[in-house]
Write a protein that binds this ligand. Sequence first.
Ligand code: 13P
Length: 239
Amino acid sequence: MSKKILAANFKTNHTRASTHEYVEALDSALQKMGYGSEVYIFPPATALDRFATQSDIRIGAQNAYPTVKGSFTGETGLEQLGEFGIETLLIGHSERRHILGETQEFIAQKYAWFKEQNFTIVYCIGEPLEVREAGDEAVRRYIVEQLEGIDTVYDRLILAYEPVWAIGTGKTATPDLIEATHTMIKNLSERPLLYGGSVKPANIAEILAVPGCDGALIGTASWEVESMLDMLSKVKGEK
Ligand code: 13P
């Protein structure tokens, strides 16, 4: 299998101590495996740190505010991320859009700001169930809106298609639906495109075999290091 990108979104799980244990275990296993593809880990903000890894594990932040520093209570700025050498950021996740109320306007502003800082940005898009049920054209329009204000040719952009109805529900999109949606998205941007939504050891090989799927963004099934390693071993990256 050609090089795939695997990313683990811890969401509001793991502590600082357990993140260290996880990254150490992952690092030594990846070295033994001779794993050569990109692996991203997005721990919660309290667990961000510099990790002494030998393999190519990249640590990213799940969220940050578009500022170097300042008065934005509860937020994390560039100075705080810089302390740990963090240069990767998740933007546009459906939980931030729908639970935390981030608007497309704010998301686009955040994207532009961190692009200026040359961050690698994993940018999430994906439709809720009612939009999917309204048909392909409704999905296309919804995704076009989620790309409004986003530089889709930015060379450090990685897109992640995560249908909201498949996140944390155990319901995975079928390979045919992933292929059709990825084909549509690839017409909007040629950057690498991950799939996310109930990816797990039992379905990852099938999902990554879908034409136009460049990797996976994994929530629940990434939280146990054994399960993450199981998935990584199934897509063993090329050196
Ligand atoms: P699950 O893998 O738990 O469905 O979560 C997907 C996700 O939201 C990753 O960002």
